[in-house]
Design a protein around this ligand. Structure first.
Ligand code: DC
Length: 216
């Protein structure tokens, strides 16, 4: 089965997707990590994040895979924690806006789904573009302040909530207004507001929906 989860930065997608995948015994596909990996390589090679050609060529040159814990491997090397760095986060929206990059990564994502036979995936366009026929589609949301609080505690920077909130809002805007595969809710995606809910409550709700989808 394919469970696809989209939503803005910090809505809780990665933790929820990881736990849902473990509970269902499915592979985990973190599509954001793939866009981050391409961004990291573009920056390390001294290329221009605004250049569709540079970014597309970089995406096509990389071998992206995932280890048993769902962590990305770039040409056989671990991509964590570098892909979560500030520089990558600042430029990832620009890199991921290029069709040349998206075409390459979407093809890899579909190929992984085929070889794995089933997965839980999360990102911005997994319910709308990559896997529009997923068995279960979810759209996770939370308020910008709640999302900034979660991100800042994840990063161990509680004093930076305001800066992180501004960055989250900037990325939301860029990711939702870009021409290609913008962040949008598919009409048939279940809307889950995670404000004030624990991770366990959200995962339980998704597992209930997944069991229903498996039966139908
Ligand atoms: O989920 P994340 O914050 O790690 O994603 C990083 C960026 O990658 C996000 O700002 C937009 C882009 N992205 C995308 O364009 N499409 C996806 N399916 C996943 C992420």
């Amino acid at each position: 089965m394919i469970v696809a989860i989209d939503g803005p930065a910090g809505a809780g997608k990665s933790t929820v997707a990881r736990r849902t995948a473990a509970a269902l015994g499915l592979h985990l596909l973190d599509t954001g990590a793939m866009y981050r990996a391409v961004t990291l390589e573009v920056l390390q090679r001294g290329l221009d994040p605004a250049s569709a050609e540079d970014c597309g060529r970089t995406a096509a040159s990389l071998k992206l895979a995932f280890d048993d814990h769902g962590k990305i491997q770039i040409d056989g090397r671990p991509g964590e924690p570098e892909i979560r760095g500030e520089d990558v986060t600042r430029h990832v929206s620009a890199v991921s806006a290029h069709g040349s990059v998206r075409d390459v990564l979407v093809a890899v994502q579909r190929a992984l789904a085929k070889s794995w036979g089933g997965l839980v995936t999360e990102g911005r366009d997994t319910t709308t573009v990559v896997f529009p026929h997923a068995d279960l589609k979810l759209f996770l949301i939370a308020s910008p302040l709640e999302r900034a609080r979660r991100r800042s505690s994840e990063l161990g920077r509680p004093e930076d909530v305001e800066t992180i909130r501004a960055d989250i809002e900037r990325r939301d805007w860029l990711d939702s207004t870009r021409a290609l595969s913008p962040l949008t809710r598919a009409p048939d995606a279940v809307l889950l507001d995670t404000d004030g809910k624990t991770i366990e409550q959200v995962v339980d709700e998704i597992l209930r929906l997944a069991r229903g989808a498996q039966r139908s």
